[in-house]
Design a protein around this ligand. Sequence first.
Ligand SMILES: *Cc1c(COP(=O)(O)O)cnc(C)c1O
Length: 390
Amino acid sequence: MVPFLDLKTQYAAIREEVEAAVSRVLESQQFILGPEVEGLEKELGAYCGCEHAIGVASGTDALLVALMAIGIGPGDEVITSAYSFFASAGSIWRLGARPVFVDIDPVTYNLNADLIEGAITERTKAIMPVHLYGQTAAMDPILAAAAKRNLPVIEDAAQAIGARYQGRPAGSIGDLGCFSFFPSKNLGAAGDGGMVTTGDPELADRVRLLHNHGFRPKYYNKVVGGNFRLDELQAAVLRVKLRYLPGWTEKRRANAATYRDLFRSSTVGNRLSTVSLPAEAEGCYHVYHQFVIRARGHSATGPGHRSGARDNLAGYLRENDIGCEVYYPVPLHLQECFASLGYREGDFPEAERAANETLALPVYPELRRSQIAEVVETTGQFWALADFSS
Ligand SMILES: *Cc1c(COP(=O)(O)O)cnc(C)c1O
């Protein structure tokens, strides 16, 4: 039995510290915009190499307020990846702007920077790469494409806290970085939370203004903002967990290395044409928010029943009490809510293939070597039983 995620084991290791932090906030009865949020902003800004960090209520709010800060509105276009969590595109749409999708690189699953130029129009106002699964997108070519048109770059770093690109921390590379503290993220709150990072004092000021209704001073509204605030209880918990994050990240990386070793020496090692393991791009420090494998082709696990190898593998793993998840089964351009954008199946073949072929295996820091071995062995059994065609 290998759960997909095991937050209880993590909590058991830090219970006293978390409880003390929570109780400190409860005793203070200061829940909004207090010393914990301020402390976390400083500490997280330092961790991410950003002068400014502003706590917000979720990763989704981080994206929304970052887009608001650069003035995205009706009629604008924002270029982003066709393959991500919904919020990347949803935040653009909610401001009346149009998400303009580009296809992904099939190895890193991140936005293919070569396709940006072709997607730029006079209405393009920003580029939003996503650092999917914990690895940064190819930021140098993205920044180069953006610089040609003077376009701001917003990094969706929700899955990539602590990741680095050529030594630069995720969230510090573009104009703005957006983080999520959803409980299952590498740094997870006891609920929802997020952060916007930037090195630009004017953008920081704008985000800070917008994240609290546009008050300046209170009850005098300079602009229309919202309540996008992070609260003190979440910040206090996050400050405890942030201290453990570098160690947890190293464990995730070690788990990924163990997977690679065990997969290569297992029967799956002979199948590396039908199954591929995640790859680390040159100069990228991957933080393995997810360890995502790709299972190509079709398979039959019983007579007369053929379907996508990925779905059959996922079913087999679950039958054997091994947690796994599909991130994400439908690429953004094919989501029903975006039908009016006019995209069709076939528009972004790599995003579509990834949606059909990828499967995330457990990789959380508390995972034991014996559990990784169990996942690899069970995956190998599936490959031995399944009858393949591609
Ligand atoms: C989790 C996530 C978000 C949204 O974060 P929430 O805190 O859940 O609102 C945005 N983008 C990506 C890529 C994510 O993985």
